[in-house]
Design a protein around this ligand. Sequence first.
Ligand code: NI
Ligand code: MN
Length: 227
Amino acid sequence: MTLKMTWYGHACFLIKTGKAKLLTDPFITGNPLSPVQANEVEADYILVSHGHGDHLGDTLDIAKRTGATVISNYEIQNWVVNQGLKNVHPQHIGGGFDYPWGRVKLTIAQHGSVLPDGTYGGNPCGFLFYIEGKKIYHACDTGLFYDMKLIGEEGIDLAILPIGDNFTMGPDDALRAIKLIEPIHAIPIHYDTFDIIKQDPHAWAHKVKEETSVKVTVMKPGDVFEL
Ligand code: NI
Ligand code: MN
């Protein structure tokens, strides 16, 4: 079955599997490029990579409205429970879990994770999805790290990588990440949302094409990628 992945900008994807709707890092309100409103977004599961506002985003509101289960590290899970959420599933770095729709494992990410009120948010993470025979690595916010090679050894169909620079990898390191991971497809994210992370994703895609055989898809917020 084809996975339909809608990009809502920044690090937010809605992944429609045959069994569930998965929403990653739902930064909708306050994202000038978001193609949707937080009160119309659907979700059965919300995955939160770290505590920063541009990733935690509208998690609380969307989870309260939809009843979606929040998947995140143990520290963020404690915090969202204290904010009134009941449907949660804590995991942590290196740990995977089999959900009715597939599996997700939390990977390392080189970044920070404090929550909006200053609460410690544990270690930030990326997501490695195993859904309907496909493997998707969503790096979320991270700098380049050599262990991406280990992630690549799993045989990645799609790598979702930040290219914005300043807070995360920039285009040059994202190209090095591509060479470590060797995915079939790649999608650049976490750029243009703010002036400080302005990038040319087409120039990056061109460079990837010149130096590797990885297929890059540059999306516009609201676009759907089928895998
Ligand atoms: Ni961040
Ligand atoms: Mn971010």
